[in-house]
Design a protein around this ligand. Structure first.
Ligand SMILES: Cc1cc2nc3c(=O)[nH]c(=O)nc-3n(C[C@H](O)[C@H](O)[C@H](O)COP(=O)(O)O)c2cc1C
Length: 478
């Protein structure tokens, strides 16, 4: 039976999520813009989110150390920001160099992603400068937010650093024995983002399944270790509407992480052409395609399918890699297609450039390819796969069919929600306005839900959260 009277407490955008998360990171809102490689999550994006009381990570993956240092310089006057540390098993020296740079330049917060086992540089970062403060609490100047889609990896982030790493850091003189003892009492990461089906690398897990599992793990880990600081779980993957944001918070997310939708925003470090393509995406316009990194292992990334042939081409390259022991073994007709349409150069020409690259960066790869034709083929195919994520950044029209644009189904959900509103147009998509709409819409939906729970029939039109302009939102975000 429907009722006509009920009580609903206020719910403001700053009430969503875990206030402990906001306090720990100096934020007003439990909202995070996740890292997007190649500087797609740009310094402008991080600065815009910071100005709005939120947090943004600079997309350091795929960038040179020099470029990352320039980004650090640009963010000097930004209050809150973080950088990405993406695990690079094929290039451990890069991970070490990045951590050294972050320590030297005082970067205090990392989004650590793609880890399976944790590494010494990561532990060096999170234990660096560990001490006991005047109140007797353990303090670390640096923090990590771990991003995971598997419980085993979440377990590693929620555990104290492994003894072998602490011993190694002491042996190197990078920690004192007293500091190592303190480090054994804290988690590697107090915050872990459960990343569901998302743009880019993804296990395609549904958020409604993944999040409760990781929250339950958090509780077991807190019980086991009795940390003084507590542990928190955030939610990412699939969040680009007020409904999705409200659902994540209602399920207990301490904070939410967005990605795909930010790539479609003005501040994103990519071309207008990409933003236009993203604006036309529907939910089914995404596909899984062979990844440039970990190509040989069959790893895939989620990308925009509409308007490009990339998914089909990338997956064909993987099929050829599996089927043939070297490029020469591929039937002549296919080889011609690959050289003409994919590489736009001969295999030998691409190999020459690729070989020179690896001789500088990782000579063992070049040597192995000289002996092993399948490895040589893999490196050339990986050249195509890595270039295809650069062409969209430059908006190279001549390569539009080969654009590799990382994107999840949340993009289509966002486009559907904003259809007919000012946010339909790419030139109006400011990252902070999008974020504020997600949060304010989620706050309203949370209140409506409370009414529904008390037997009040809700007019569906009330539940529709029309996108609002910055000016219309200003009373909620004063
Ligand atoms: C274009 C793009 C590039 C991304 N690059 C990275 C990256 O380099 N490192 C990382 O940790 N996550 C990366 N992600 C994942 C995002 O940080 C975020 O976790 C994810 O996009 C959230 O899911 P959503 O795409 O459904 O919003 C990327 C996502 C996109 C869309």
């Amino acid at each position: 039976m429907s009722r006509s009277a009920a009580l609903v407490p206020a719910c403001r955008p700053e009430n969503l999520g875990d206030t402990g998360f906001c306090r720990a990171h100096g934020l007003k809102y439990a909202y995070v813009g996740g890292s997007m490689a190649n500087g797609i999550s740009s310094t402008q994006l991080a600065a815009a989110l910071d100005q709005a009381g939120m947090l943004g990570f600079y997309g350091a993956a795929g960038q040179t150390v020099e470029k990352i240092e320039q980004a650090i310089n640009r963010l000097r006057t930004t209050r809150n920001y973080g950088f990405n540390l993406i695990h690079s098993p094929s290039d451990p020296a890069l991970e070490t160099a990045l951590v050294e740079l972050y320590l030297k330049r005082g970067v205090r917060l990392l989004e650590a992603s793609a880890f399976i086992n944790l590494t010494l540089p990561l532990i060096r970062f999170c234990t660096y400068g560990i001490r006991r403060n005047a109140a007797g609490e353990i303090e670390t100047p640096n923090r990590i937010i771990g991003k995971i889609s598997r419980t085993e990896v979440a377990t590693r982030f929620f555990s104290p650093p492994e003894d072998k790493f602490l011993k190694e850091l002491v042996a190197r003189g990078e920690l004192t024995p007293e500091q190592a003892a303190l480090a054994a009492c804290i988690p590697v990461a107090g915050d872990v983002t459960a990343e569901a089906d998302s743009g880019g690398h993804t296990d395609n897990r549904p958020l409604v399944n993944l999040l409760p599992t990781i929250i339950a793990l958090r509780d077991r880990m807190q019980e086991r270790h009795a940390y003084a600081c507590g542990l928190r779980v955030g939610a990412g993957g699939g969040i680009a509407t007020p409904e999705a944001a409200a659902a994540a918070f209602m399920m207990g997310a301490a904070y939410i992480v967005t990605g795909s939708v930010n790539q479609a925003c003005l501040e994103a470090g990519t071309s207008d052409l990409v933003k236009k393509l993203l604006a036309g995406a529907e939910q089914a316009d995404v596909a899984m395609a062979a990844a440039a990194d970990m190509f040989e292992m069959g790893v895939k990334v989620q990308i925009l399918k509409r308007g490009t042939m990339f998914a089909m081409r990338a997956n064909k390259l993987y099929d050829y890699y599996r089927a043939y022991a070297g490029f020469e073994e591929i039937p002549a007709e296919i080889r011609t297609t690959l050289e003409r349409d994919y590489f736009r150069a001969t295999f030998a020409e691409i190999w020459q450039g690729t070989r020179e690259f690896f001789q500088l960066r990782d000579p063992a790869q070049a040597e192995r390819a000289d002996r092993d034709p399948r490895h040589k083929m893999a490196l050339v195919f990986r050249w195509y796969l890595s270039q295809s994520s650069r062409w969209p950044l430059a908006g190279d029209e001549s390569r539009k069919l080969d654009f590799q644009i990382w994107c999840g189904p949340s993009m289509g959900a966002f486009n559907e929600w904003t259809k007919g509103s000012f946010l339909e147009q790419p030139q109006n998509r400011h990252a902070a306005t999008v974020a504020q709409n997600l949060l304010s819409g989620a706050a309203v939906l949370t209140r409506l839900h409370a009414l529904r729970c008390q037997g009040i029939a809700i007019d569906p039109r009330l539940a529709r959260q029309e996108p609002r302009t910055r000016e219309q939102l200003s009373p909620f975000f004063a």
